[in-house]
Ligand binder design. Sequence first.
Ligand code: AMP
Length: 219
Amino acid sequence: MRKYVIMGVQGSGKGTQAQLLAKDLDLVHIGVGDIFRWNVRNHTKMGAQVKRTMATGELVSDELVESVVQDRLRQHDWNYGFVIDGFPRNGRQAEFFMESFDLDAVIHLELPDDEVRRRVLSRRVCPNCGMDYNLIGDRPEQEGRCDICGHELTTRSDDTPEALEARLRDYHEKTRPVLELFQRKEVVHDVDGRPPVDEVQNAIRKTLGLPAYVPADDR
Ligand code: AMP
């Protein structure tokens, strides 16, 4: 059983890296931001509750986030473990989490703020299937269209310069102390988030003592 958390500022590739790690190791990937975005896209009651908060780049209330994480983990479909990204994001969430789970490792993806701005403002997303793109390194085959479902791409509502600054501020003020808490427990692995996706994935696996990553094209 493996229990991992991936932390990092927005645009650091948390979601992408968590997905790659989860897929090969049969872990359940829990992306808290993805769960909220799914709810907004599908016009659920929760979606209506979080839509505005997310669009301004603010954090959703701890009560709601904790209940979402708890409900997801209560499904107990994670026979081999889980990898969670986007949580915990402040001291209270970290304490709530550590009361219930012994973590094996926290992967901290490091990315300088300037690179965050460059990446986030070029991010595009498919509002239909949720696929992520980036106009710098991961362009869709046909400009402005999703490779998977063909829908027109948009920007995430929280990828505006204003919301980005709010999220960066939150990250430095609230999320950094969480890292310090985990550092005291000696479970944090710092990984450079700047190299290409495959290289970052390999660095994560190396530091966790896992077999190297073989991209799908090379298998
Ligand atoms: P992310 O995709 O991780 O950047 O999350 C997108 C948005 O969802 C954040 O800007 C918050 O509004 C909300 N969110 C995701 N995870 C959390 C969390 N752990 N605590 C509070 N809000 C969160």
